[in-house]
Design a protein around this ligand. Sequence first.
Ligand code: SAM
Length: 196
Amino acid sequence: MARDRHDHFYRMAKKEGYRSRAAYKLKQIDARFHIIRRGDAVVDLGAAPGGWTQVATELAGNSGTIVGVDIQQVRSIDGAVIITGDIRSEETIDAIRQAVGSADVVLCDAAPNLSGDWSYDHARSIDLAEHALACAQKILRPGGNFVVKAFQGDLFAGYLRNVRSRFRNVRAHSPTASRKASAEMYIIAKGFRGDE
Ligand SMILES: C[S@@+](CC[C@H](N)C(=O)[O-])C[C@H]1O[C@@H](n2cnc3c(N)ncnc32)[C@H](O)[C@@H]1O
């Protein structure tokens, strides 16, 4: 926290009313890769405290449908439906499906609580990313977009291959709003293949 207080994006988030510095990562990703359009139905997995969900409601506008999901409580956000649940459970996926029908965009910034054991944390991050991909495959419309965070490590390349097999255009990207020391990467996947 001490480091956060002096952080440029942390201060900007405070000033501009975003609940997390992470909000700027989604803004940067969207400015570069054009993920969310007005009117889109967007599902945000691992949403607490709600920065990405706030940005998604702005990008999709009043005609959009935004669903934020987290295992922790998320304070209500104007224009968004909040679901409290574990993204690894079928029950949560069913609740998302009921709220959104089919989605144009699935986002996942979910991260495990860090244990300090790097390879363990990496494996848990990839496991969450696998569940996010499974969720995306169930709810995305063909042609839809998927953005997911994953920590780098030996399982990363295999995961990236999985995503590539299901989307037409896939890039790994590190936004400048990510801390320099961070090993997190975002996979930007566009054009869900559906049953193709
Ligand atoms: C880095 S934070 C997300 C920050 C968010 N994008 C924002 O801008 O406010 C990661 C979140 O993933 C959530 N998470 C981790 N495992 C989860 C799971 N199995 N199901 C749902 N949420 C999970 C955590 O509770 C945490 O709130």
